[in-house]
Write a protein that binds this ligand. Structure first.
Ligand code: AMP
Length: 360
């Protein structure tokens, strides 16, 4: 067990690292951030920071020497960097889980392998094989499909919808990765996610499924909880618990799912870290997803996920950050800003959570 006073290393300097560091500080831990840029959102609220590239082995070793335990706050960290830290100090979730989540093909193969339903998909190795698949797609993967880069994709980057009329060379170039995955287009009723926290002894706590609404592939709003039939809620929670157990997760995992028009659940993505769709837990639950992560990796008992309110979380994306003036004057709004100095279209600058009386 790592007691308060210990140092938690956080690889990655974004807002998820920032909110993890704040939760760690509240429990008396010190956060030490490894980030590639100075003055990152996480560094601003942490006791210490190492600012270096993920290829800088000496810096990774210095970071590892300064911490007691490490976690990571986003997926696209080179696996070698995480493994180097793991050779010196415990990294949780374990690096193998990160590697599964870093590659959409490995991730979907893993899910299928443990019996979890996903949309149909296939690996695409190059533009020529994309051309062959597009030519006969109506008989195989459906009239419409989503081409995604297997690696390094997030917030819809490196992915778009294709059909039989799509020019394969152009699509391959736009996708931009060395390997692609082509997925059957899911005509979903809604998108939901479930966040689960698990500790080394297998103890597991779970938050209810929430509904996520995207604009331009970026999460815009989360409604907590999702309005789903009770059996769908149970099924979603069972799927998330099962995945966490099969991964032997220590930490926090978000499981993103589609609810199809006929009520089935198809898992789209895993994120072995706190997730944007769990930000509402800071203001509406006894224990936030960030505090659960700190507890899990320090070997402390997990907290209660009791929800005292329902919530609507709205991301402040790009220029929407200017809405902070309204939010701060609104007694029903809880404003969270990430300290980013430059605003760019599509950049997550903060979020606002509105609490509502609990309905169920
Ligand atoms: P992802 O990066 O896989 O989370 O995808 C981002 C968003 O694109 C999802 O939240 C969906 O809104 C949409 N999307 C991704 N994959 C599919 C699919 N196979 N069918 C329909 N929509 C999808």
């Amino acid at each position: 067990m790592l007691a308060p006073g210990g140092t938690i290393g956080i690889v990655g300097g974004g807002q998820l690292g920032r909110m993890t560091a704040l939760a760690a500080a509240r429990l008396g831990f010190r956060a030490h951030v490894f980030a590639t840029e100075a003055d990152s959102p996480a560094e601003q609220v942490s006791a210490a920071a190492t600012v270096a590239s993920y290829e800088d082995d000496a810096a990774l070793d210095r970071f590892a020497a300064a911490i007691d335990v490490a976690t990571f706050e986003f997926e696209n960290i080179p696996a070698d960097a995480v493994r180097r830290v793991a050779a010196a100090k415990p990294v949780m979730p374990r690096p193998e889980i990160l590697e599964i989540a870093q590659d959409r093909l490995t991730e979907k193969d893993f899910l299928r392998g443990i019996g979890v339903a996903t949309t149909d998909y296939r690996e695409i190795a190059d533009a020529a094989s994309l051309g062959c698949v597009l030519a006969e797609m109506a008989n195989t993967i459906g009239d419409r499909a989503v081409l995604k880069s297997a690696r390094m994709g997030y917030d819809g980057k490196g992915q778009f919808t294709v059909d039989a009329a799509t020019a394969p060379q152009e699509a391959w170039r736009r996708m931009g990765g060395p390997r692609g995955i082509l997925e059957r287009f899911v005509d979903f009723r809604c998108e939901v996610s479930v966040i689960v926290a698990r500790s080394a002894d297998g103890a597991t706590v779970i938050y209810p499924p929430v509904e996520n609404r995207h604009i331009n592939h970026i999460l815009d709003t989360t409604l907590a909880p999702a309005l789903l039939p009770p059996e769908t809620v149970r099924e979603a929670e069972t799927i998330a618990r099962d995945i966490a157990a099969r991964l032997d997760l220590v930490g926090v995992l978000a499981v993103e799912m589609f609810v199809t028009r006929d009520g089935r659940l198809l898992v789209n993505e895993l994120a072995p870290r706190p997730h944007n769709s769990g930000h509402w837990t800071i203001d509406a639950c006894a224990t936030s997803q960030f505090e659960q992560l700190v507890r899990a990796i320090c070997g402390l008992p997990l907290g209660s996920t009791e929800r005292h309110s329902d919530a609507v979380m709205k991301n402040l994306i790009g220029d929407e950050v200017e809405k902070w003036r309204d939010a701060i004057a609104d007694p029903t709004a809880r404003l969270h800003l990430y300290g980013k100095r430059t605003t760019r279209p599509g950049r997550k600058m903060g979020h606002v959570t509105r609490l509502l009386p609990r309905k169920s």
